[in-house]
Design a protein. Structure first.
Length: 134
């Protein structure tokens, strides 16, 4: 915040953000959502086997063992007060296909894809786990 007093008034304005900042914010929000989802999975008894695993042209967000099944978990995060919509609705048909394809390319193929939608509010977050989402 800077103050412009050239005209005798105490007018405040914000210095424009650099072009890299929106990317950094998206990364921060995505990482926060993934961290919350991992904590949520662990609290539900899942064992986290890996995170951000490159497979083919895609990436597995979270690889977990749920009961006896190995599961890939896609995490979609939205910030509610920015009006970004529904976290679950962000999981497109194309993204589902990419995640399924990547999951099958792992050294031990995975055939179950779950989705966790994270909606961030100012002081809280809602998480919704959708088993067998893709």
């Amino acid at each position: 915040m800077k103050t412009d007093s050239a005209q005798g008034s105490a007018r405040q304005y914000t210095v424009p953000a650099s072009p890299i900042e929106p990317y950094a914010r998206r990364q921060f929000v995505a990482r926060l959502g993934e961290d919350l989802a991992v904590g949520f999975l662990e609290a539900a008894g899942a064992i986290i086997l890996g995170r951000n695993i490159r497979a083919g042209r895609g990436e597995i967000g979270v690889l977990a063992r749920v009961g006896t099944a190995r599961v890939t978990v896609e995490v979609k995060t939205v910030v509610a007060f920015l009006g970004r919509g529904d976290a679950i609705g962000q999981f497109s048909h194309n993204k589902a296909r990419t995640v399924r394809r990547s999951a099958r390319l792992l050294s031990k193929p995975v055939y179950r894809v779950d989705l966790i939608g994270v909606t961030l509010y100012e002081h809280t977050a809602d998480l919704l786990w959708v088993p067998f989402a893709a």
